[in-house]
Design a protein. Structure first.
Length: 227
């Protein structure tokens, strides 16, 4: 079987990749570990991925989007290295995708009937253990590893991802982020906002400065984001 393992730079997908790399169940499978770089990842995430390669002897294929402003031209991709670019793209046709969902992702993101009916994706952290791996098991597993991610899980890998909840975005801004000016510049350039309820980045900055005003919904969940 050909397995495309999507490693986001988070703890769950990294543990999943380790299982795929070391478990006898997958020893005869052709495995490709892929990190899709958005350019908005935290530096700690990149260092974490380098440690995955170093300590586990796995090769992570790094890909970035190739964009065109020409009408009708879709988004392509290129393969990159940590310090230099390479144009030798890796085709992923006829691969199944491995996703690092945890117990907490059930059933809001995936259910047992969906898993059983799925033939294009696998979920090792849910299916390869006596019970699905949850946050506590994940934390215990990482405590035994020689390296860690170095950032709190609530901060995520992509800074100010538009799929994050209001509460999470406010916490990220309060913690510190490089991309407030980036969002502000693009909102001004294109006249649109990307966040929930047509809120702008300045709305979130104001929330971060003032605390947690009642007019925003802090019970909402993050969208189905793989980062």
């Amino acid at each position: 079987m050909n397995i495309l393992a999507s490693i986001s730079g988070g703890r769950s997908s990294a543990m999943m990749s380790y299982i795929l790399h070391t478990h006898p169940k997958y020893k005869d499978d052709n495995k490709v570990f892929v990190f899709a770089n958005t350019g908005m990842e935290r530096p700690e995430t990149i260092e974490f991925l380098k440690n995955c390669e170093k300590h586990w002897s796995i090769n992570i294929v790094k890909v970035e989007g190739v964009y065109s402003e020409t009408m009708g031209v879709g988004v392509g991709y290129k393969v990159v290295e940590w310090d230099e670019l390479s144009m030798n793209a890796v085709k992923t046709k006829n691969f199944v995708t491995s996703i690092g969902f945890r117990a907490e992702d059930m059933p809001k993101r995936i259910s047992w009937p969906e898993i059983k009916a799925e033939d294009k994706r696998i979920y090792p952290l849910l299916t390869d253990f006596e019970k699905p791996i949850g946050q506590s098991e994940l934390t215990e597993w990482w405590q035994k590893q020689p390296f860690e991610l170095g950032i709190h899980s609530k901060l995520g890998n992509c800074e100010l991802c538009w799929k994050k909840s209001d509460k999470n975005l406010v916490e990220v801004i309060q913690h510190g982020t490089r991309f407030v000016d980036w969002w502000a510049k693009n909102e001004q350039t294109y006249g649109h906002t990307s966040f929930r309820g047509n809120k702008s980045i300045h709305d979130y900055v104001k929330m971060a400065q003032q605390g947690t005003p009642m007019e925003f919904d802090f019970e909402q969940e993050d969208f189905n984001c793989m980062c």
